[in-house]
Ligand binder design. Structure first.
Ligand SMILES: C[S@@+](CC[C@H](N)C(=O)[O-])C[C@H]1O[C@@H](n2cnc3c(N)ncnc32)[C@H](O)[C@@H]1O
Length: 405
């Protein structure tokens, strides 16, 4: 059932299957009655009609085109080249790639199974070596060929096997790519690696998994790796969003491992006693007016619909997040392709409609990074990404540890 449903008194009505066939083995169709399906059909029909009228300029604008106050490039200054080469696995739309690039690393290559995500990388950085689609599948690569050509390997293996939304099946989920990641590290033997994931991977439920699949194989490998596990929050790096990530940071040298320090916050959210620069609330960051009825806060966690039950241009998948977006006066569904299109397509509630550029900003991407694919693919890639300012702080901490050792 969709998150924003009103309670229904149709509990006794039988469920009917969708007429649209599943195209993915892990597709989880909605369980709906015929009445509910009809209601959604009418809603979708109305939404399409409104979208058409918006594109034709037939609707009155409620909001001007916004001019953001936050420039995320200020959160992650572009460093001089540091002489280190970075290889990217599971590159998605480029969150970690951008982080390492801005931290001064030379980009060696990216591997990403989704063609449209690889296209984002290729379009933004035509000079990069990008392996997309079947060619980007980490399972088919002869990693040994990269040995001696990579200093730092980074990547965020798919998190669905560990996240609540993905049903937390761990190694039973065919999307689990941690064994492939460990295999790549052992074959390439980089001097350091960064592998990030959802905080659930650090929870008690996956203690055995982490020990058996990640830590022990890398501690027993030749060369062996020494590993830190750090929990980080995007708001501590100036990103106006509630988002936590866990990163495994491994080093071949014990000295570098000892020298590594968890990145210290660069910004502070809502802490008048802190001397750090302030993390903006999301309304301020987007350049929206401060309103008494919509007190400014961090945005709730942006969700990627890419691996969910159906293609969606929404970035929200829970009732509590929907309430937080509503309290902010922001509309997390039907994200528009541009700020201009968002302004021309008023929402029924009067809430501010977000655009792809706004969603990317809330995730910390630089404004110069563009999204060539369809809106659902773009917001899916953005929602899957490491916020670049957070990734930048990790990349800087790795550089510092390597140069101190
Ligand atoms: C959590 S996202 C990574 C996001 C990325 N690190 C960023 O910061 O933007 C995981 C990515 O792994 C990709 N992926 C899944 N299975 C893969 C495979 N077998 N080979 C390569 N990429 C894969 C997914 O398409 C998805 O884009």
């Amino acid at each position: 059932m969709a998150w924003d449903d009103e309670p229904t008194d149709l509990a006794t009505e039988p469920l009917v299957a969708s007429r649209i066939p599943s195209t993915h083995p892990l597709h989880q169709p909605w369980q709906l009655t015929a009445t509910e399906r009809e209601r959604y059909r009418l809603m979708a029909q109305r939404s399409r009609e409104q979208s058409r009228r918006a594109a034709a300029g037939e609707l009155d604008r409620l909001h001007e085109v916004n001019v953001p106050a936050l420039d995320t490039r200020d959160l992650m200054p572009r460093e001089e080249p540091n002489g280190l080469r970075a290889l990217s696995l599971y590159s998605g739309g480029g969150g970690l790639d951008v982080s390492f690039e801005r931290a001064g690393f030379e980009h060696v290559a990216s591997y990403e199974i989704l063609e449209h995500a690889a296209e984002t990388l290729a379009r933004n950085r035509p000079e990069w070596e990008v392996h997309g689609g079947a060619d980007g599948d980490v399972h088919g690569v002869k990693w040994k060929d990269w040995r001696g050509k990579v200093d730092v390997l980074h990547g965020g293996p798919p998190c669905q096997p560990f996240s609540n939304a993905g049903r937390q099946q761990g190694h039973l989920d065919p999307r689990d790519c941690w064994p492939a990641t460990v295999k790549a590290i052992r074959a390439i033997q980089p001097i350091a690696f960064v592998a990030e994931n959802v905080p659930a991977l650090a929870s008690a439920k996956f203690t055995d998994y982490v020990r058996d699949v990640i830590v022990e194989p890398l501690e027993r490998s030749r060369p062996r790796y020494y590993m830190h596990r750090v929990l980080l929050e995007a708001k501590d790096f100036g990103v106006p969003q509630v988002r936590k990530r866990v990163a495994f940071v491994g080093f071949r040298s014990k000295k570098a491992y000892d020298a590594f320090r968890k990145p210290a916050p660069t910004h502070a959210w809502n802490d008048p006693d802190s001397d750090l620069p302030r993390t903006m609330g999301v309304r301020e960051a987007l350049g929206l007016a401060q309103m008494e009825e919509h007190p400014d806060r961090l945005a709730p966690t942006i969700r990627s619909g890419l691996t969910g039950p159906r293609f969606t241009t929404s970035i929200c998948n829970s009732t509590s997040a929907a309430k937080s977006w509503a309290a902010l006066g922001l509309w997390p569904n039907g994200v528009a392709v541009t700020r201009e299109a968002a302004s021309a397509f008023p929402t029924d509630t009067g809430a501010f409609r977000l655009s792809v550029a706004d969603v990317a900003l809330i995730q910390g991407f630089p404004p110069t990074w563009t999204w060539p694919s369809a809106v659902y693919q773009a917001v899916g890639q953005i929602g899957n990404a490491v916020p670049p300012p957070l990734g930048w702080a990790v990349a800087m901490a790795v550089t510092a540890a390597l140069s101190a050792s």
